[in-house]
Structure formats: C-alpha cells, structure tokens
Design a protein around this ligand. Structure first.
Ligand code: GLN
Length: 384
C-alpha cells in the first residue's frame, strides 16, 4: 500500500523487543526456548478451577476500576505479614494488566518534559521507552559486573534538581542480582530531602534464593513514602499469559496513578481477580516459590557445571547468566542467534539491555522449565 508520510516516530530508536525476536527465532528453528522468561509447565489446577468457577458464576463484567476489593485486601495482608507495613487497600493498591502496564502508568503519572529518570543497566527494556514517551530523559548508570551491584557514589554524582525518579529492580532482571539492606539504607540516605519518586520493580519478589530476604521498599518507611511498588501475579503463579499484576503506593501517589490507569485500561480481568483473591488466602501458594525455583536453579547449574560456560551467581529471578568468553569472541547478539540456529537453544544476549550495547559476552537463560527441558538444554550446552 502507498501511504503519505504523516508521522515522525516518537520512539525512533525502539525496535521489536528481544523477547519477541528470540522466541520467534526459537520457534522458527525448533530450538529449546530459554530466552523469553516464562514457565513451560502449567499453573496450579486449583487456580484454573477457581477462574472457571467464577466465569461460570457470571463474574464476567467490569471489575472495580482499582481492582476487586477482596484481592486488594489479601495483597495488603500479604505485604503486612512479610514486610510489616500496612497499605490501605481502598486508596493504596491497584490491580493492573501486568507489571509492564503498572510501570508505564506510574511513569506516565509522574514524568513531565525535561524530567530526568535514573535507571541501572542492564535494564529491563520497558523502562526507557516509557520515560521517553512521557517527555523524560533517561539517565543511565551501569551496574558493576560481574556482581551487578549499584555504585552509590555514581548515583550521588548524577542527582540534580531535574532528577524526578529512580527505578530500582530487585531481584534483578536480567542479571539475577539482589539488593541488600545496605543498598536500601544508601538509597534512603541519598533520596532524603529530595522529591525523587522511586519505582521499585519487585515482580520477582517471591523468587529469591539462599535464604536471602527480599528487600522490598515497603520495609523502609522513608522509602515507602516515595515509592511505587510493582508486582506480578504472572511470575508468582506461573501465569505470565494472564497479564495480571499490581501496584502499591502511598495514597497521594496512587491517586495520580489511578487517574492514568482509568483511561489506559479502566480495569482488568474480573474472573481472574476473584480467583486470585481466593487462591492467595493460602500463603503456601506463594511462600513455597523460593524453594521451587532454587531447586530448578541448582539442578540447571549442576547439569552444566562442567561445561565451558562460566556461571554467574544468581540470587533471584528465574534467569541464569552464562559467560561464553572461553567459547567465542563473537558479539553476544550474533552468538545468541547462532546458538539458536545451529545448536538449537535460544537465550537472550545481555548487551541489548544497555543503551550503548555493552558486551561482556553474557547470555541469559530462563530456568523456569520442566526438568526434562533443563536436561535437554544442558546436553546441548555441555557439547559446545
Ligand atoms: N519478563 C519477561 C522476560 O524478561 C519477558 C516479558 C515480555 O516478553 N515482554 O523474559
């Protein structure tokens, strides 16, 4: 079709996400797909039965704009029991269509032209486009490889009167690093007497290993008062395709969040909210997740420990980084494509999570997979 040139792109440098690209490449080449993060096993049949029950009962019309009250209540109870902070379900919790919508909504509610937002690279790929769609400027800081920790002195240096927001992420996608109490205390000190708003991306809150506590900003009152916390039911209940998540924030921030939310999606899937409200009453349905995924991490690592890939420690998430510098000098993007096409295993190259393609020869592999998938993957990796 011929068309007149009516627009200039608002996101000229944004292409298709790496998750879509690698999952398609995996499918086209019949490769084992450890690229995009999603489980290859089903969620609990009890949860499916609950969704079915509520659909049959006729809970198929709009939910309340901010989310179903019983679900917001069970979230408030969960946060209080885990982190000793009570959020008001009436005014401080909103159910969203996944973490990405919640992040976009929070950025959109706060960021104006010329505002600076600090993010840490490698950074999950939805942050920067959302900042720039809203007129903000992204300020990039690099996590220190190989531990991928935050250099707080660098943070201090870049903060200025235009700094409006900082986005943190623990457990961290794509690296699997986690923030410590000391990190949180530094963040508290650095943001004191500023009007910086924090987005704390905690979608992997229940996937953290080796008995480490999850450092939610909700544990730190001085951080909680300036933070949007983002979480995801998809990660916690093996239902990434349902696109369900939530956002928690103090009432004044949440009021602005809801102004955007109501015109972006208005509300989200009702029967699933009814089902989750009931399912989450049993805390065993999420408390066992750390062990469940730690066993998978340990199994995957034990299978590939004699391979020529170097294993980076993973403190949380369902991603394992592997360094291939002993195997190839290729760019990580080229190597990830070649592994998919020639060896039949798909991963995600880490350089794409940097604005200036920093390449440490590292690939991300998702271990949210059945044992047999991990075994097949390991067999391939061990032969390379
Ligand atoms: N969060 C998932 C990952 O990191 C991807 C989600 C998506 O495909 N947008 O792999």
């Amino acid at each position: 079709m011929n068309y007149p040139n009516l627009i200039s792109s608002k996101l000229p440098n944004v292409g298709t996400t790496i998750f879509t690209i690698m999952s398609k490449l995996a499918a086209d080449n019949n490769a084992i797909n450890l690229s995009q993060g999603f489980p290859d096993f089903n969620c609990d049949s009890e949860l499916i039965a609950l969704v079915n029950k509520y659909m049959m009962e006729g809970k198929n019309q709009y939910a309340p704009m901010a989310g179903l009250m019983p679900l917001r209540e069970v979230i408030a109870d969960k946060i209080e029991s885990l982190h000793q902070t009570r959020y008001n379900p009436e005014t401080e919790i909103t159910i969203t269509a996944g973490g990405t919508q919640a992040i976009y909504t929070a950025i959109s509610a706060i960021i104006r032209d010329g505002d600076e937002v600090i993010i840490f690279e490698p950074a999950y790929d939805c942050y920067q486009p959302a900042i720039e769609m809203n007129g903000g400027t992204t300020v990039y800081l690099q996590l220190k490889a190989p531990t991928y920790s935050i250099d707080w002195n660098q943070v201090k240096k870049v903060i200025n009167h235009r700094t409006r927001m900082m986005i943190i992420n623990t457990p961290h996608n794509p690296t699997g690093s986690i923030l410590s109490t000391e990190d949180m205390q530094m963040l508290e000190r650095i943001t004191k007497n500023t009007d910086i708003v924090i987005i704390s991306d905690e979608v992997y809150e229940h996937i953290i290993f080796d008995s480490q506590p999850h450092q939610s900003v909700s544990r730190f009152p001085k951080l909680a008062e300036r933070s949007f916390i983002i979480s995801s039911f998809g990660k916690t209940f093996h239902t990434t395709g349902w696109k369900m998540g939530y956002c928690v924030a103090p009432a004044n921030l949440m009021a602005e969040f809801r102004k955007v939310h109501q015109f972006l999606v208005f509300c989200v899937n009702s029967p699933i909210q009814y089902a989750l409200a009931e399912y989450m009453k049993d805390s065993n349905n999420y408390k066992g997740l750390n062990k469940f995924y730690q066993d998978k991490r340990d199994y995957f690592v034990s299978l590939i420990k004699n391979s020529r890939f170097e294993i980076t420690p993973c403190g949380g998430t369902y991603f394992q980084l592997l360094n291939y510098k002993k195997l190839s000098k290729e760019k990580d993007t080229d190597y990830a494509i070649r592994l998919t096409k020639e060896n039949g295993i798909a991963s995600v190259p880490i350089s794409v999570f940097y604005h200036e393609a920093v390449d440490n020869n590292v690939l991300r592999f998702c271990f949210a997979k059945k044992e047999e998938t991990l075994e097949k993957a390991a067999e391939i990796l061990n032969k390379i």
